[in-house]
Design a protein around this ligand. Sequence first.
Ligand code: PMT
Length: 403
Amino acid sequence: MLENRRILLIVAGGIAAVKVPDLIRRLRERGAHVRCILTKGGAQFVTPLTLAALSGDKCYQELFDLKDESEMGHIRLSREADIILVAPATADIMAKMVAGMADDLATTALLATDKPVMIAPSMNVMMWTHPATQSNLQILKTREVKVVGPSAGDLACGEVGNGRMAEVPEIIAALTRFFQKNDGQGPLTGYKALVTSGPTHEPIDPVRYIANRSSGKQGHAVAAALAELGAQVTLVSGPTHEADPDGVNVVHVETAKQMMKACNDALPAEIVVCAAAVADWSPENAKQKMKKEAGKTPALTLAENPDILATLSQPGPARPNLVVGFAAETENLIENAKTKRAKKNCDWIVANDVSPGSGAFGGDNNTVHLVTADGVESWPTLRKRAVAERLAERIAASFQRHL
Ligand code: PMT
């Protein structure tokens, strides 16, 4: 997908610039042409000679360089690319992009371009979470600037938090996805995905039921995000007020047993994401409406429901390649999620704290931790749509690694 793509790589002044030589190497291995612009700040971390040697092209630095201007004007530089990638993108360069400043070669090229732009932000956690940076980020997004990362972890400044530049494979996956989408394809084109979403309603009698507070927002967003990446998605949804996502085959069910059957009917699939809040038990269902009788309180007898996630994760030739569960916890979030992952035999678990006040059930935001065999990755609080996009991207990246 990156073969013969022309990438203008702007390297700004952040410690993550030290990852750029590896990024260039990996891009060139995939057949991409890389041309670099190095800012004054970037040159504090990586030399123009390194970038020129690895990219096999001149490394451009000065706006007013007569030789460069005669050979390759800054306008041509910005237009002769298929995409401009800013990595690392500092808070400073993001602010300059928003303001439309053009006080060096990098910002001038960014202002003069008619090509798509992708940024890989990297900075201290306080700088990243500062309202100014977050507001700049939103503005850049509304201008169709693509954003990859940042992720959470140890930062070079000694603090811990969100602000680490996306890793090289993540940036490559984002570029690959961009070009695939541009070519009318997605990284998950040709893959089938099954997603569960929403609550289940377990009837007590013909008019009453046991339910939970799941709105379906998270699961529906996952289905939409997978479809956007090209997957053929079946969404098995419990009762919700969410609209059916575009381009997704939706099967509406009510109970856990119906959800189990609809999931089995939707197989085979390469990808399964169980985001539904399935009732663990269902009451013995009275055929007629239960009558209120003075002095008598009816007792509910509960029977265990099938565990859909555990069933779909069972080893066997038909097991989907990647099964992702969600863990809704109110205490010991990570430990319980790890235990659930092992017990249900799924590959990944997305752990979310659903304590009262967290807003995870029914709200628009979610704070999740991705638990895999490789460890635990904590994501910042994001809109459920953004959680879904990030998860879908991780799923796509995991399939691309195995191609
Ligand atoms: O719908 P929203 O309002 O947007 O809220 C989103 C959410 C909080 C419901 C979602 O993010 C979430 O956490 N979904 C899983 C809820 C849940 O039932 O968690 P659990 O820890 O009880 O179950 C663990 C996993 O097993 C889940 O993937 C669940 O789908 C699955 N499960 C559970 C029981 C069962 N009988 N069958 C299952 O498949």
